[in-house]
Design a protein around this ligand. Structure first.
Ligand code: IPM
Ligand code: MG
Length: 362
């Protein structure tokens, strides 16, 4: 029996952010702590201010020194940032998203992992036919610190431009990561680009071909991004690992979320060279339901499970949390976003209670 004295300890920086962020991070902490008692680890939390809340408090999208504080932690757990309160088309005004982008760049989180698995219990909640989505198991590996998100951009009186720029080294480390992950999966990588139009995509494709030569047991397929968007809906089961650049990955991963029934279900991990990874749900701050206790905590709880696995090596606890979410769904626990007509809708805290009960029973 593990006693508290020999619990393994990890330090987690939480960044609740805006909108539903604080509610879903609180829910994830309850599950993380419960799993810790059971599996013998103890988490120490710090809290940082990033997003619109940081703009309100400090006038900048991230409190000073936050990246350095994150680097001293073992992992970062983020809720969500942004909201209409800070929406502006004025290029000189700070935006909440700049905090997140600065954090990704500052921690060198070059690969964003977005696993997309269909949940049996939710097969009928998707807008797609159950037979199309049943058994979907893919992983979007999105480049996160380059491309048009970080290229030179400018706005003049009546024009504006953004630059999609990639170096070979940036592409190579991302595609290499995707191939390495694919080795442990079904050994298929779709490299998604727009090589029929974009020069940066032709560089991407050339590098992907070179990386593939180092992984002869993994199959490489090229796919144009417009076709990929269509194939996700037509036959999502054809995909295993998808390697793509920043903006394509942003768009495709929201689309892929609907294969699971709700964007409220999808976790993500952002990993990189610094060793400190960041975990966050892929959905946003949902300002329309913020503060009402209605948000679906599943994506954040599943992101916390990814943290247990990838950052702490607590595999058993990670699997137990994932199983608990599945069990709660199978037992009929639903937040409003995943409830079918006539099903009882639980709030954030009740949904978390259902997951905690499944964890305790599992
Ligand atoms: C995401 C989000 C962010 C992005 C926003 C909030 C800047 O949409 O993580 O997918 O575009 O990367
Ligand atoms: Mg997005």
């Amino acid at each position: 029996m593990t006693t508290p004295a020999n619990y393994r300890g990890y330090r987690v920086m939480t960044l609740p952010g805006d909108g539903v962020g604080p509610e879903i991070v609180a829910a994830a902490r309850r599950v993380l702590d419960a799993a810790g008692q059971r599996y013998g680890y103890l988490l120490a939390y710090e809290e940082g201010v990033m997003g619109g809340c940081a703009i309100d408090a400090f006038g900048t999208p991230m409190e000073a020194g936050l990246i350095e504080r994150c680097q001293k932690c073992d992992a970062v757990l983020l809720g969500a940032v942004g909201g209409p309160k800070w929406d502006t088309t004025d290029p000189d005004k700070p935006r909440p998203e700049q905090g997140l982008l600065g954090m990704r760049k500052g921690l060198e989180l070059f690969a964003n992992l977005r696993p997309v698995r269909s949940f049996k219990a939710l097969a009928h909640n998707s807008t797609l036919k159950p037979e199309v989505i049943d058994g979907v198991d893919m992983l979007v590996v999105r480049e996160l610190t380059g491309g048009v998100y970080f290229g030179k951009s400018e706005r003049t009186a009546d024009t504006a431009y953004d630059t999609m720029i990639y170096s070979e080294a940036e592409v190579e480390r991302l595609v290499e990561y995707a191939f390495t992950v694919a080795e442990g999966r079904r050994k298929l990588v779709h490299s998604v680009d727009k090589a029929n139009v974009l020069e940066s995509s032709r560089l991407w494709r050339a590098v992907a071909i070179r990386v593939a030569e180092r992984h002869p047991n993994v199959e490489l397929r090229h796919m144009l991004v417009d076709n990929c968007a269509m194939q996700f809906i037509r036959d999502p089961k054809q995909f295993d690992v998808i390697a793509t650049e920043n903006l394509f990955g942003d768009v495709l991963s929201d689309e892929a979320a609907m294969l699971t029934g709700s964007i409220g279900m999808l976790p993500s991990a952002s990993v990189g060279a610094s060793g400190v990874s960041l975990y966050e749900p892929i959905h946003g701050s949902a300002p329309d339901i913020a503060g009402k206790g209605l948000a679906n905590p599943c994506a954040t709880i599943l992101s916390a499970a990814m943290m247990l696995d990838l950052s702490f090596g607590e595999r058993e606890a990670a699997r137990a949390v994932e199983r608990a979410v599945e069990t709660a769904l199978e037992q009929g626990a639903r937040t409003a976003d995943i409830a079918a007509f006539g099903e009882t809708k639980l709030g954030t805290a009740e949904m978390t209670d259902a997951i905690l009960a499944a964890l305790a029973a599992g």
